[in-house]
Design a protein around this ligand. Structure first.
Ligand SMILES: Cc1ncc(COP(=O)(O)O)c(C=O)c1O
Length: 441
């Protein structure tokens, strides 16, 4: 066994090189492929649990109390929700669908936070009926809906307000959420955030716990958190002095990066925890607040590293002097991130780890779009049809954002631990594709 192979830092923590072949969670990936086929997503349970524990320990080392809230949009699945519950984390959801999955997973409703910039009246009603812990209000429309719903039910609902601090975290424009020109949250700069707080404080059925912001994702820099925390706490102090606003809970969102390339690793969890905790404590001291409860909302950082996507090589097309396209049996249907964000991935030839990576190739998908490229100009060993390729760091926002484009069925998901692979999501079938269509004959 030799664990000094490239990409070890971005693979699940149980990854091993067994005689030149990749194994995860004690399962050799080529054996899993024999049984389950490809494309296939494999999640490592030990990695998810270990990262949950690190988040809880590192944040609570620097700031107490901190609650870690897993953002289920990264990968919403009943078995993963159960692991999250067992590890003592809370969760957030952004649609009635994510909420339904959480409820079906027996996740305690009181530990669920409902986010989203355009929650419908029905979604809000359902959430309140389930006894959801917190609703994070994102618009004036939502304030009106909540007032109307709660009046009928004569209930009091705990809420947070999402503010937008006009701070750029220098990530991809399409994953930047806290700048002025954003659909998310109440802008502090325009005065909307002040107006929202004024209105919510006047509604007796809403108990305002505090404020939340989310800058974007993935955020490799620490400074945007520092700037945003100081700015938002300054705003909170003004709201306290003007309207008697009390800050008992504070959330700087999620956005913590993971390594997609071993040459581009993010700060570790402890560094994020220290910077966020220190700046919150300093700002609270400066503006004379008792330190509120801190909520952080990692999604990608909880499940991203645990997941690996596996594909089989099919056709190989060489264009002399230009590029060699190696096509695999999945692509943008199961991983849209490279196509929409230009995201980069490492690629590993699963059974050729000990071979030299001396061929520059482009890994293309099987979907009918030229933009269906999973990894451009990556170095790999000599490849032939039938070889297996793995894309590490595929646990977040791949299956979650997958589609049936080209009527391709979506891949299955396995959870591996101690040499045992458990199917937690089966491969779709052609019957599944037709199951929502209405017959017209
Ligand atoms: C409000 C909120 N919280 C948390 C997250 C999770 O972000 P990440 O997966 O980057 O940690 C998001 C992502 O869009 C979000 O919008």
């Amino acid at each position: 066994m030799n664990n000094n192979f490239p990409d070890i830092n971005i693979l699940p923590i149980t990854a091993q090189n067994i005689n030149g072949a990749l194994s995860i969670g004690g399962c050799e990936l080529n054996n899993l492929v024999e049984k389950f086929g490809t494309p296939l997503y494999v999640y490592d349970e030990d990695t998810i649990r270990s990262i949950c524990k690190q988040f809880t320990a590192e944040f609570n080392k620097f700031y107490q109390p901190t609650k870690i809230e897993y953002s289920t949009k990264a990968f919403s699945n009943p078995v993963v929700n159960k692991i999250i519950d067992e590890e003592g984390l809370d969760i957030d959801v952004v649609t009635g669908g994510e909420l339904a999955v959480a409820i079906a997973s027996n996740f305690p409703p009181g530990r669920i936070n409902f986010h989203g910039n355009n929650k419908s009246e029905i979604e809000l009603q359902e959430a309140i009926e389930y006894g959801i812990g917190t609703i994070t209000i994102d618009s004036f429309h939502e304030i009106n809906l909540l007032e109307k719903i709660l009046k009928k039910k004569s209930k009091i609902q705990k809420v947070m307000i999402r503010v937008s601090p006009s701070i750029d975290p220098h990530t991809h424009l399409l994953t930047t959420t806290g700048i002025l020109d954003s659909k998310f949250g109440f802008s502090i700069e325009t005065g909307d955030a002040e107006e929202a707080i004024k209105r919510v404080l006047k509604i007796n059925s809403l108990e305002l716990l505090g404020v939340h912001f989310h800058l974007g994702s993935p955020i490799f820099e620490l400074d945007p958190y520092v700037q945003a925390i100081e700015y938002v706490i300054d705003f909170c102090a003004k709201m306290r002095d003007s309207y008697g606003f009390k800050l008992s809970r504070f959330s700087p969102g999620g956005g913590f990066a993971i390594g997609y390339l071993s040459t581009q690793l993010p700060p570790n969890i402890s560094e994020y925890a220290k910077v966020i905790s220190d700046s919150l404590l300093e700002s609270c001291e400066k503006y004379n607040f008792n330190p509120p409860e801190l909520i952080v909302e990692p999604g990608r950082a909880i499940v991203g590293r645990s997941g690996v996507a596996i594909y089989t090589v099919g056709s190989i097309k060489e264009i002399p002097g230009i590029r060699t396209y190696v096509s695999v049996d999945g692509g943008m249907g199961d991983n849209i991130r490279p196509a929409i964000y230009g995201s980069e991935y490492s690629v590993i030839a699963i059974e050729k780890i000990n071979q030299e990576n001396n061929n520059k190739v482009t890994i293309s998908g099987k979907f009918c779009e030229s933009g269906d490229i999973l990894a451009k100009d990556v170095l790999l060993p000599d490849l032939t049809s039938g070889d297996l390729l793995a894309l590490p760091s595929s646990g977040a926002y791949c299956i979650g954002m997958s589609s049936n484009y080209n009527m391709q069925v979506r891949p299955p998901v396995l959870l591996v631990k101690d040499g045992i692979a458990r199917l937690i999501k089966r491969r779709e079938t052609y019957e599944d594709l037709l199951s929502t269509s209405i017959n017209i004959d």
